[in-house]
Ligand binder design. Structure first.
Ligand SMILES: [Zn+2]
Length: 339
């Protein structure tokens, strides 16, 4: 066995067999912001052999304070986070396989994304995707590890469908938009990211090596500033739960994804194309060059239009910065990208 993993193999609970299991494992990381980047780095260093990383966004300078995989040049180039993560991981551990997917996770692609993985780790920043993930994982019997962090506070729980409570057993209804603090309104410090990601990855390693007796089976809550930790023991799934009790998958079966979404607290709107598409960025950049200064890389292009910065991805999505007005963003999308 590769000496790279010698200290981990010495850890009795993993050992050579556990290491081999890790090398053969497939994990999906949903979101590659602060939590996702920390999870990805730990899993890659541990030798989890196959990582599928999906993220819709690009690296910005405001990310660098806590999103450990990324560097200044990634922000300067506006590299998509999934791509920047793949490049960095290849420098950390070239022996593992990373599938980087630049996309918005929604009910049209979530079941395809979780297909064939041993485990899903939550690195998203919003409840919409978490409830969707819960539906998809419960329906398909895939274990997933919820995690969230904002300010100095964070929480995590591990969901094994049919065995432990699911997200909706604990939080029946999704919080209303705007009712919870976000990293963009309340801020966030790096240590809580590291704490939550460490708890999630510890659970992931236990599951992947088959040591499920060591799972914490709790709702864990941490506040690294208030020096507070709570562990609420979880019992059985709730038989009345809509998702895992009644098998009603409201988020998975919802009508087509909203065409436009305000990115909470970021003064930005994401516009998705009404149907799947693939944009030829080179010819679009040519078209736009007569009216704007267009910056382009292999994955996206961006330009400024008055007070707004538009970033257009190959899958036809655009993030319009400088507004939280959906109709204003839509009209910019129609004007420059068309439908
Ligand atoms: Zn449930």
């Amino acid at each position: 066995m590769n000496e790279r993993y010698s200290r981990q193999i010495l850890f009795r609970e993993i050992g050579p067999d556990g290491q081999q299991r890790l090398l053969n494992s497939h994990v999906l990381l949903v979101g590659c912001g602060a939590l996702g980047a920390a999870q990805a780095e730990m899993l890659a260093r541990a030798g989890v052999g196959h990582l599928r990383i999906v993220d819709r966004d690009f690296v910005e300078f405001t990310n660098l304070q806590r999103q450990t995989l990324f560097k200044e040049s990634d922000a300067a180039e506006r590299l998509p986070k999934a791509i920047a993560a793949k490049i960095r991981i290849s420098e950390i551990n070239s022996e593992i396989n990373v599938d980087a997917i630049v996309a918005d996770v929604n009910n049209s692609n979530i079941e395809q994304l979780i297909d064939g993985v041993d485990l899903v780790i939550d690195g998203t920043d919003n409840f919409q995707v978490r409830y969707l993930l819960n539906d998809a994982c419960v329906k398909n019997g895939v274990t997933w590890i919820y995690g969230a962090a904002v300010s100095s506070y964070g929480t995590t729980m591990t969901i094994i469908p049919g065995e432990t409570p699911c997200l909706r057993c604990i939080f029946n209804e999704m919080p209303d938009a705007g009712s919870s603090p976000t990293c963009d309104t309340a801020g966030v410090i790096m240590p809580i990211i590291a704490t939550v990601a460490a708890a999630q990855v510890s659970e992931a390693l236990k599951i992947l090596v088959g040591d499920t007796d060591s799972l914490h089976r709790s709702l864990m809550q941490f506040d690294v500033w208030a020096n507070d930790r709570q562990r609420i023991k979880l019992d059985k799934p709730n038989p009345d739960c809509k998702c895992c009790g009644q098998h009603i998958y409201e988020f998975l079966d919802a009508d087509a994804q909203e065409f436009a979404a305000v990115l909470c607290g970021r003064n930005a709107v994401q516009i998705a194309p009404p149907k799947p598409t693939e944009i030829d960025l080179v010819s679009m950049a040519e078209r736009l060059r007569s009216i704007a200064d267009v910056k382009q890389n292999e994955y996206l292009l961006r330009f400024i239009s008055d007070e707004n910065e538009l970033t257009v991805f190959r899958d036809g999505r655009a993030i319009v910065k400088g507004t939280d007005d959906i109709s204003a963003a839509r009209s910019l999308y129609a004007k420059y990208i068309g439908t």
